[in-house]
Structure formats: structure tokens, C-alpha cells
Design a protein around this ligand. Structure first.
Ligand code: PRT
Ligand code: ZN
Length: 287
């Protein structure tokens, strides 16, 4: 009997590729030989993987050719397909921004009235202009949008920005963000129960991977007469583990610290008398 497989669409090559593969690997999903393939599968998880251009992924998922997919929100919202976002993945972060020549003074969206805007995102830019009540001319370009003002093709651009150096090198400055974007996991809205169960297994693993990245495992030595103050700094998953050391009067304390409060906690632990503090990355975290 052939086993049901969850079909996932990921980018064939480009900025999303490495992190998409890494996420699957961190979820313990081993992929058979991925090099230069259109399609592969996993030997240890019921999953088939399609490699596509990112622009095609929303359509494939809407049509159910793939059940799920990994794509940037910028592409997803531009394509405006009927799919559901199941999880924000936290990588490939960027923003779709309006940029104008550096010497221009931008005084708000009204600046764009009557201007020629070069972009690969006509739908999103149009939506923005309509919301702001601005009339402008959109010139759709598929690549190297940032050179359009320099060659007289447009007055301003709406393009993806991450560090901002591409804009800078082309004499442009970012003046307004239309959309903040990151990679998301999307799904077809009509998946059957069996596939939903596989998806839930995947989501459980993704959540364990994400949690592990936000937390560190901390081990330290504590004189027993300072244990109360030290433990008070460490909530841990339930409460910290305390084990006696071979040397009398000392204990080893183990716990988990969230990255948001990491340095504050380490300083507080040192001040409370902790010694030999070791910080270890967590591979998976299931709570
Ligand atoms: O071949 P395929 O169609 O699959 O790939 P692609 O060429 O369309 O996309 P790719 O691989 O370049 O990007 C895939 C996704 O990565 C995008 O859809 C975004 O969701 C995300 N992403 C994150 C980015 C950037 N950061 C980014 N900086 N995509 C593009 N850029 C480009 C931007 O267009 C500009 O040219 O990088 C330049 C700006 O970078 P900075 O750092 O100079 O600001
Ligand atoms: Zn693309």
C-alpha cells in the first residue's frame, strides 16, 4: 500500500533555499539527494519535496499540486492566492519599501502623486497607492529595479530591502516601508485529515526547533549557602535541577534561560555567587 505523503514546495535555488532545507533537517527530516532535482522525498518522514521558483509556490499550493510551501510574505501577498499561513518561520526577513533619489525631499505619500514607480510588486504597490489616495504610474520590472531612476525609466522605486546597501550604492534612500516580510509556511485550504495529521507532526517539530533557538541551557556551580538566591534567578522549564558536587558544600545547578533576558540573568547569577557558568545551545525543546 502506498503511504500518503505531504507534498511541500520550496524554492529551487535562491535566498530561501538554504534556510528551508535547514529547517526540514532540524526537524529531523532527511532528504534524498537534493542536488539539481525537481522533486525528491524523505526516507524517514512522509514527505515529498518539490523545488520551484518562489513566484510559483503560492499557485501550486492554492491548486493543491503541493499541500504546503515555504515562501516570502512579499511574494505571497503579491500573488494574492487563496492559501492559509500556518507558521511564520523567522528567516529571509526584508521589507518592501519606497526609495527615492538621495537628494529628494520625501514629505509623505503625496510626494508620489504623478510619479513613475518601478517595481516587481505592482499589486502591493497599487494597493498602497489606493489606500493613500495617490495616482501614480507603475512600471513593472522583473529585476534590477534599483537602476530604474538612474537610467531615466522611473522617478522612484518600490523594492525589497534588507541591509539597504543596494539602494545606497544606486544613489537612492528608503523613505517608506509598504510591507514587512519573512518566510512563512503556507498550506492548501482543502487538505484531508491524513495530510493534516502529517502537517501537525511537522508543526510540532518546527515549534520545538523555534523554542530551542530562543533558549539556552545553563549549568553552573553554586555554594550551597547561596543556592536560594541563585535558584530565584532561574525559573527553568519547571524548576532548576540541583545536583550535589563531589566537593562538599557545593551544588551544580542546571536550567534554561530565554535569550531575551540572557545577559541580565547571567550577571545576576554571578552577583549571587554562581561560578563556572556554562552556556550550551539546545537542539530541540519540547515543553
Ligand atoms: O528564482 P526565484 O524566482 O525562485 O528567486 P528570486 O530571484 O525571485 O528570489 P530571491 O532568491 O532573490 O529571494 C527570495 C526571497 O528572499 C524574496 O522573495 C524575499 O522574501 C527574501 N529576501 C530577503 C530578499 C531579500 N531579503 C533581499 N535583500 N529578496 C531579495 N532581496 C534583494 C532585493 O531585491 C535587492 O535587490 O536584495 C537587494 C537588496 O538587499 P540589501 O541588503 O542591499 O538591502
Ligand atoms: Zn522569484
Amino acid at each position: 500500500m502506498s503511504q500518503v505523503k505531504l507534498k511541500i514546495a520550496i524554492q529551487k535555488s535562491g535566498r530561501l533555499y538554504d534556510d528551508s532545507i535547514k529547517l526540514l533537517n532540524e526537524c529531523g527530516i532527511e532528504l534524498r539527494n537534493v542536488k539539481d532535482r525537481l522533486k525528491t522525498e524523505s526516507d524517514n518522514f512522509p514527505m515529498e519535496i518539490f523545488f520551484l521558483r518562489d513566484d510559483d509556490i503560492p499557485q501550486y499550493v492554492e491548486d493543491g499540486v503541493a499541500d504546503i510551501g515555504i515562501v516570502g510574505e512579499n511574494v505571497l501577498f503579491e500573488k494574492n492566492k487563496k492559501v492559509e499561513i500556518v507558521e511564520k518561520l523567522g528567516f529571509s526577513k526584508c521589507r518592501l519599501s519606497i526609495a527615492v533619489p538621495r537628494n529628494e525631499t520625501y514629505d509623505g505619500p503625496a510626494y508620489l502623486q504623478g510619479k513613475r514607480i518601478a517595481t516587481s510588486y505592482p499589486f502591493l504597490v497599487n494597493q498602497f497607492l489606493e489606500k493613500e489616495g495617490i495616482q501614480a504610474e507603475i512600471h513593472e520590472i522583473s529585476g534590477s529595479v534599483e537602476i530604474a531612476p538612474g537610467i531615466g525609466l522611473a522617478d522612484v522605486v518600490a523594492d525589497l530591502v534588507s541591509s539597504g546597501s543596494t539602494l545606497f550604492m544606486n544613489g537612492l534612500k528608503e523613505v517608506a516601508a509598504i510591507l514587512q516580510s519573512q518566510a512563512v509556511l503556507i498550506r492548501n485550504s482543502g487538505m484531508d485529515e491524513v495530510k493534516l495529521q502529517i502537517l501537525n507532526k511537522l508543526l510540532f517539530r518546527i515549534s520545538a526547533v523555534k523554542k530551542s533557538k530562543r533558549n539556552k541551557y545553563v549549568l553552573l556551580n553554586a555554594p550551597n549557602d547561596r543556592l536560594d538566591q541563585i535558584i530565584a534567578q532561574l525559573p527553568g522549564m519547571k524548576s532548576p535541577t540541583v545536583l550535589p558536587l563531589a566537593e562538599t558544600g557545593w551544588s551544580s545547578v542546571h536550567s534554561v534561560i530565554n535569550e531575551d533576558e540572557f545577559w541580565d540573568k547571567i550577571e545576576a547569577l554571578k552577583a549571587a555567587g554562581a561560578q563556572g557558568i556554562l552556556v550550551v545551545p539546545i537542539e530541540k525543546m519540547i515543553v
